[in-house]
Write a protein that binds this ligand. Structure first.
Ligand code: FAD
Length: 304
């Protein structure tokens, strides 16, 4: 087993008597496997890649938390946007550098609510992140602080049913990625319920006194149609892709329960791509635990 990589323009190959562990994340790991001939045999052959083992599940089952941002105009002092715009951002940068104080010392989200989207839901299926900032894209497509005093409530569907895919369109180029967000109606329904939650929270104290007006989707978005349109037009990734090298014992699984790539000796995948389904919260802690568990299994397998 080994890996081939480019260094200073030359292709190098490193071999190991042990194992190769792929840990390139939910986009990178299936990409590496596919480029290496591990994936759907017919798809690979169509691109001129010789299949080593046919595993049609590689790149399938992409799960991610769909994310929708509501923003509210607020009274002066309630948003950090003015401190982070233009030259003031440099002042805050210097403040952080020399005093370790100021808005750059805190994370984006200052509070998080886990709530249920419907009366018959038994476990939270919505995560709402509250931020004293809002962001906007400039004419060059760059992300930066909003021009007005606004705050954000970012709504995330925690148990999405929709699935996307990672696949190759060429042997060498970047992978194609289809998020598949809102492919299942239930994923849209829960975000619609999240907007209702946020409106109720912002209509309650202590937030109500700070809010001047709802900015997005805006108070004209009333009723099912406009809200759904807003969700469809603005849904984005929460940057939590998982599941594209799914662990399992069935024919479509990519790795077995010890994270060994099925049908190949000496190759494991250890990262968020092995999650069979997405966790109902942020993904990094679960990924750390996958790594902890994998290190135990690898040591045990090599001792045996
Ligand atoms: C902007 C952003 C914010 C996030 N915020 C949070 C948060 O607040 N809380 C939370 O829990 N989770 C958060 N996440 C999600 C979290 O970062 C991921 O779930 C987690 O990092 C997944 O770990 P991983 O090891 O699977 O992949 P990664 O952390 O992506 O690690 C994969 C590594 O492989 C490398 N790589 C990829 N392809 C190749 C290749 N061909 N050759 C060599 N190296 C390669 C990459 O550069 C990367 O270093 C966030 C993600 C993003 C993008």
């Amino acid at each position: 087993m080994g890996v081939a990589f480019e260094q200073s323009g030359a292709t190098r190959i490193v071999r190991t008597p042990g194992e190769v562990i792929v840990a390139a994340g939910a986009i990178g790991s299936p990409h590496l496997l596919l480029r290496s001939g591990v994936g759907d045999g017919a798809d690979l052959a169509a691109l001129g890649i010789a299949p080593i083992v046919s595993l049609p599940g590689v790149g399938r089952n992409l799960a991610d938390h769909p994310y929708v941002h509501m923003t509210f105009g607020v009274r002066p002092g309630a948003s950090l946007n003015p401190l982070l715009r233009g030259w003031r951002a440099y002042v805050q940068g210097a403040r952080w550098l020399f005093t370790r104080r100021g808005p750059l010392t805190i994370g984006a989200s200052q509070a998080v609510a886990f709530v249920r989207g419907g009366p018959n839901v038994t476990r939270p299926d919505l995560q709402i992140n509250f931020r004293p900032i809002s962001h906007a894209f400039d004419s060059a497509g760059r992300l930066g602080p909003d021009s007005a005093d606004r705050v954000t409530a970012a709504i995330c569907g925690l148990r999405p049913l929709s699935r996307g895919r990672v696949w190759l369109t060429s042997p060498e180029g970047p992978p194609a990625v289809l998020g598949g967000y809102l492919g299942e109606a239930a994923d849209e329904d829960v975000l619609v319920a999240g907007i209702d939650w946020v409106r109720r929270i912002f209509a309650s104290e202590p937030l109500q006194s700070l809010v001047l007006a709802e900015d997005k989707p805006g108070i004209s978005a009333v009723g099912d149609g406009p809200i759904r349109q807003f969700v469809r037009e603005t849904v984005q990734t929460m940057c939590h892709p998982v599941g594209t090298c799914r662990m399992g014992s069935d024919e479509k699984a990519v790795v077995d329960p010890r994270l060994r790539v099925r049908g190949i000796v000496g190759l494991r995948v250890v990262d968020s791509s092995i999650m069979p389904s997405i966790v109902s919260g942020n993904t990094v802690a679960a990924t750390y635990m996958i790594a902890e568990k994998a290190s135990d299994m690898i040591r045990a397998d090599w001792r045996a």
